[in-house]
Design a protein around this ligand. Structure first.
Ligand code: GFB
Length: 322
C-alpha cells in the first residue's frame, strides 16, 4: 500500500528543532514539501491540551510527525525521572488527541527501543513488547513511550484513526546534544575525545564496563524511514527502525578515538551504570517493506564529528557546548 503525501499537504513536525525533527525537516524540504508547519516551545507548550487543541484548529495539519519529547542518555534518564515521564506522557496525549479531533489524515509517533524488556531475546522483535520487566535506568521514559504506542492503537481501534508508531534504535547525527550530563553515548564520546585532544589530556573516561552492546542509526536514515513509513505503512503494530547491527561500547569508543584523537587511552569508570546489556533490533518487518539504511557507522561518526567541528568553530548554537 503506497499512499504518497501530496507535496502541498500541510505537514506538522512536532519537535522540529531536535535531533530527529530537524532531520525530518531536511528530508521533507529535499523532497519538495512546501507546506511544513512548526511551532517552537515558546509558541506552543505541547503539554497543554487546550493550547494544542487551539493550534490544531487554527492550522489544520493533514499529516503529523510526533517526534517531540524530553530525551536524554542514561544519566539524564536515571536522575530526572519525573520530567521524562510527565513531559512525554503529556506531549503524546495532547498531540494524538488533537490530531484525532481535528481529522488529521495520518500521524507517525516515534518511540524508542528502550520500550522492550531489559532481557529481551536478541535481536528484539516487535512482539516482545510487554513480555518482561524494563531496564531500571530508563523505565520512566520507557513507560511514557509505551503509553504513546497504546494511544495510537487505542485511537485507531476506537476512531479508525490512521496513527502508526515507529521504534528507532539509538540515534546520532547533526543537531545532537553534546552536553555530557544529558547526552547519549555517541555525542558524549565525540565531545570527550575532542576536549581531551584540545587540552592535551591523554586519557578519556568512558562510563561503565564498555561491554554493553548498542546499535546506532544515523538520524538522516531515520528521517528517511519515517517518511517511508508515513507513505507505506498502516498497522496498529509498532515497527522497529534500525540497522540490525550492534557493537560494544568499547568498540564504539575505539572507533570515535580513531577519528577524533587516535593517541588517546580509554579509562573505564565502572562506578557509572552500564544500562541494558544488549539492545539490537530485529528489523525484518521494515526490510520486508523495502526500506534499509544507507549510512555505515564509520562514515556516520566522521560526518557527525565534521558537523561538530563546524558548529564549534563557527561558534553558532550547539546544544551542550556552553
Ligand atoms: O547512550 P546511553 O546514554 O543510553 O548509554 P542507553 C549507552 C551506554 O554507553 C551505557 C555508556 O552503557 C553507558 O554507560 N557510556 C559510556 C556513556 N560513556 C558514556 C558517556 O560519556 N555518556 C553516556 N551517555 N553514556 C538510553 C536510554 O539508554 O538510550 C533512553 O536511557 C533511550 O531511554 C536511549 O532509549 C536511546 O542506550 O543506555
Amino acid at each position: 500500500m503506497h499512499q504518497p503525501m501530496p507535496t502541498d499537504a500541510k505537514i506538522f513536525v512536532a519537535g522540529h528543532r531536535g535531533l530527529v525533527g530537524s532531520a525530518i525537516m531536511r528530508r521533507l524540504e529535499s523532497a519538495g514539501f512546501a507546506n511544513v508547519l512548526t511551532a517552537t516551545r515558546d509558541e506552543l507548550d505541547l503539554r497543554d491540551q487546550g493550547a494544542v487543541d487551539e493550534w490544531f484548529v487554527t492550522h489544520r495539519p493533514d499529516y503529523v510527525f510526533l517526534v517531540a519529547g524530553t530525551v536524554g542518555g542514561i544519566l539524564a534518564n536515571s536522575t530526572r525521572p519525573a520530567e521524562f515521564i510527565y513531559d512525554n506522557l503529556m506531549i503524546h496525549g495532547t498531540v494524538v488527541h488533537a490530531s484525532q479531533s481535528t481529522g488529521v489524515t495520518k500521524l507517525l509517533y516515534l518511540g524508542s527501543s528502550c520500550i522492550y524488556p531489559r532481557h529481551a531475546t536478541q535481536p528484539i522483535s516487535e512482539e516482545q513488547l510487554l513480555t518482561g520487566p524494563l531496564e531500571p535506568t530508563n523505565e520512566w521514559y520507557a513507560v511514557a513511550k509505551i503509553a504513546g504506542i497504546k494511544l495510537c492503537q487505542a485511537y485507531r481501534r476506537q476512531y479508525g484513526a490512521d496513527f502508526i508508531s515507529a521504534m528507532p534504535t539509538n540515534l546520532y547525527g547533526p543537531n545532537d546534544n553534546f552536553d555530557l550530563a544529558s547526552s547519549h553515548v555517541l555525542p558524549a564520546l565525540i565531545r570527550k575525545f575532542h576536549d581531551a585532544k584540545t587540552t592535551g589530556n591523554p586519557r578519556v573516561e568512558i562510563w561503565g564496563t564498555g561491554s554493553p552492546m548498542r546499535e546506532f542509526l544515523h538520524v538522516d536514515d531515520l528521517a528517511d524511514a519515517c517518511v517511508f513509513l508515513m507513505e507505506n505503512y498502516s498497522d496498529d503494530m509498532h515497527i522497529n527502525v534500525g540497522t540490525g547491527v550492534d557493537l560494544s561500547i568499547r568498540e564504539l569508543a575505539q572507533k570515535i578515538r580513531d577519528v577524533v584523537y587516535p593517541e588517546a587511552m580509554l579509562d573505564f569508570d565502572t562506578s557509572k551504570p552500564d544500562g541494558t546489556p544488549r539492545k539490537v533490533l530485529d528489523v525484518r518487518r521494515l526490510r520486508d517493506l523495502g526500506w534499509s539504511p544507507t549510512y555505515d557507522l564509520d562514515r556516520g561518526i566522521r560526518s557527525t564529528y565534521e558537523w561538530f567541528l563546524q558548529q564549534h568553530t563557527s561558534n553558532t548554537t550547539l546544544r551542550g557546548m556552553n
